[in-house]
Design a protein around this ligand. Structure first.
Ligand code: COA
Length: 277
């Protein structure tokens, strides 16, 4: 952990272009407290401009990815706060999970190592890609203690789970494991826990070899156009296409065409062009 990332509830490590961000309250199963939420806002803000981070991986320390929002520190201890103070506390969780992480300018991977409940679904959904341990256990447990999956958890569920699965799991509170999560499409892959980190590294390395400006534009556009009309989306994507052509520091489009059409050194259907580095 580098000194500029010294936090009480989050660890940050860098390795070959990957920033490994670990929710670090294993004794509380990485439940998300107001402190953790504040720290995550800072961590993500810093990583946005940290050149050591080409891909962000979010995971949890110990047996849990995250047991969701902290029932004691986030919920019970907020019960008697003035409405403005509660609004600020709840807003902080939304800011890091559903704004900063969702629109993080580089690819993100959720590595779901273990327990993942309630509010824990938000960061999984916010990440572009998700890999789970087959042994991980998921649950929309809100119904088990008489609340609605607020904090936009239910909204997250509607974007990453199929209609019937989302309603079934939010109404029953049943658990499902990593293998089932992959079958339902809630995560991309489930692998034995011992192989999970290697699988994540393999995906991250693949993404690190692609044009970064294009990746940034693709991931932002993907989420934004989902809520646009076809006409608005057409305009938006054309504008982004032109913008990227002008702003891509690597001028990937021109290089890609030259290397395919003139130099015949690669095939875009089978891999990435060669950047000058
Ligand atoms: N909020 C606050 N504290 C939590 C927590 C949460 N979401 N999840 C776990 N903890 C705490 C426990 O209170 C316990 O604290 P203690 O040691 O001071 O008593 C500690 O973490 C360990 O929890 P425990 O239940 O003993 O661990 P476990 O490994 O047997 O079970 C879970 C793990 C995740 C199945 C279980 O802790 C659980 O059901 N947590 C709540 C999950 C949930 O419904 N989250 C949704 C919130 S919207």
């Amino acid at each position: 952990m580098t000194t500029e990332y010294k936090y009480s509830t989050v660890l940050v490590d860098f390795e070959d272009g990957i920033a490994w961000v670990t929710l670090n309250r294993p004794e509380k199963r990485n439940a998300m407290s107001p402190t953790l939420n504040k720290e995550m806002i800072e961590v993500i803000e810093k990583l946005e401009v940290d050149e050591r981070c080409g891909v962000l991986v979010l995971t949890g320390a110990g047996d849990a990815f995250s047991a969701g929002m902290d029932l004691k520190e986030f919920f019970r201890e907020s019960d008697n706060l003035p409405p403005e103070a509660w609004a600020q506390i709840s807003r902080n969780s939304q800011i890091w999970q559903l704004q900063r992480l969702r629109y993080f300018p580089k690819p993100t991977i959720a590595m779901v190592n273990g327990w993942c409940f309630g509010g824990g679904f938000n960061p999984v959904t916010a990440c572009d890609i998700a890999v789970a341990a087959e042994e991980a256990i998921f649950g929309l447990s809100e119904v088990n203690w008489g609340i609605i999956p607020a904090g936009n958890v239910l909204k997250s569920v509607t974007t990453t789970m199929r209609h019937r699965d989302g309603l079934y799991y939010s109404l029953t509170g049943d658990n499902f494991n990593g293998t089932e999560a992959a079958k339902m499409g809630f995560v991309n892959f489930a692998v034995p826990r011992a192989e999970m980190r290697d699988k994540v590294k393999e995906i991250a390395t693949k993404m690190l070899g692609k044009n970064r400006a294009a990746a940034r534009a693709i991931k932002n556009a993907y989420r934004k156009i989902a809520e646009m009309s076809w006409d608005a989306s057409e305009d938006y994507l054309m504008a982004k296409l032109d913008q990227l052509r002008l702003t891509d520091p690597d001028k990937g489009r021109a290089k890609g065409m030259k290397q395919f059409l003139d130099d015949k050194t690669y095939r875009p259907g089978l891999g990435a062009y060669k950047a000058d580095k």
